[in-house]
Write a protein that binds this ligand. Structure first.
Ligand SMILES: O=P(O)(O)OC[C@H]1O[C@H](O)[C@H](O)[C@@H](O)[C@@H]1O
Length: 319
């Protein structure tokens, strides 16, 4: 396994005032993207994982467990990358590997207003290839927009030289920080079909209006719309989640019993988090050698001053 090396190479020279490389022992080196006022994003090279996203008041928007444990265990919170899934460790190994900074990524169209971004890359190690015998290049661009919005673009290329295709499922396992899960509602997934992970992946159709939370939820919404809103009444904040190339959306909250059973999660922390995860789960993505797949996650937080308590979710979703 490509665990973090105790003697890391010298920090890369990041030639931008919007980026900072921070050295930390035990595979915890990180890159910080800085935007206007106090907006920032922190990305840990271990897992290629976003571990913090702050708005321009410096308020944390992502949930990270106070019990999160260090590498080589996956880190509970932020945005773990789930790839490649299948008959492997839960959620695949990408969240559990040391990624590198990609100094020379192939061109990716960018909004010229975006100054703060970083490109990471993951390639399989010899040990990874024994577990999942496919050669790939996984490029991840993480960008902080001028308005404080965050985007993650994944590009996965099949670099097999033996002519073999491969297939995988994928998720941006996004943990949102919420004031009180009982006061949160999700708009955009009502009337959708879903697979219920708590009922042996049986298929159901969501009924009623917005989704609210009163107990454990672990559902894969199929062919979910490209925009989903998470409305946090107490915080007077709405997260708008956009997705491209990722048909499904997993919604997860472990609630009290499961929370207690998780070693790296506080007993009451389920009250302050919600995972809404743009994903490709139902139909695995298939790539022939030389082919590349692209998936994008966009996150923005609409503050209460904008909503003024009059938030019209239809405007957020369709306006
Ligand atoms: O504990 P982890 O491997 O990070 O998984 C945490 C959760 O992730 C997803 O949301 C799955 O749908 C859940 O079934 C799983 O429990």
């Amino acid at each position: 396994m490509a665990a973090a090396t105790p003697h890391s190479p010298p920090p890369p020279q990041l030639s931008s005032p919007f980026l900072e490389y921070i050295r930390a022992p035990g595979g915890l080196d990180k890159v910080v993207l800085r935007g206007r006022r106090s907006c920032s994003v922190e990305i840990r090279l271990f897992g290629g994982q976003v571990t913090s996203w702050k708005n321009d008041h410096g308020e944390e928007l992502l949930f990270v467990s106070s019990k999160a444990i260090k590498p080589p265990k996956p880190f509970r919170g932020g945005i773990p990358i789930c790839f490649p899934q299948g008959n492997l460790e839960q959620h695949g190994f990408a969240r559990n590997r040391l990624w590198a900074i990609d100094d020379n990524p192939p061109p990716l169209p960018v909004n010229p207003a975006i100054k703060a971004f970083v490109d990471l890359i993951l390639k399989p190690s010899e040990d990874d290839l024994k577990m999942w015998p496919h050669s790939f290049e996984f490029r991840l661009r993480i960008a902080l927009g001028a308005g404080g919005d965050l985007s993650l673009t994944s590009r996965i290329r099949n670099t097999n030289t033996d002519g073999r295709p491969f297939s995988y499922t994928f998720a941006f396992h996004t943990y949102f920080s919420v004031s009180d899960i009982s006061e949160v509602r999700v708009e955009g997934l009502e009337t959708m079909d879903y697979l219920d992970n708590m009922k042996g992946k049986e298929r159901f159709t969501e009924q009623g209006d917005a989704i609210v939370f009163e107990s454990e939820v672990d559902k894969v919404y199929l062919a979910a719309p490209s925009k989903v809103a998470i409305i946090d009444h107490d915080m007077r904040r709405t997260f708008v989640v956009t997705k491209e190339g990722l048909p499904d959306a997993v919604v997860w909250n472990p609630w009290d019993k499961k929370a207690k059973a998780m070693q790296d999660f506080g007993d009451s922390e389920y009250k302050h988090m919600l995972c809404v995860e743009p994903a490709a789960v139902e139909k695995p993505i298939s790539l022939k050698p030389g082919e590349e797949w692209k998936g994008r996650l966009g996150l923005s937080a609409v503050p209460s001053s904008y909503c003024s308590g009059q938030l019209d979710p239809l405007k957020v979703l369709h306006g």
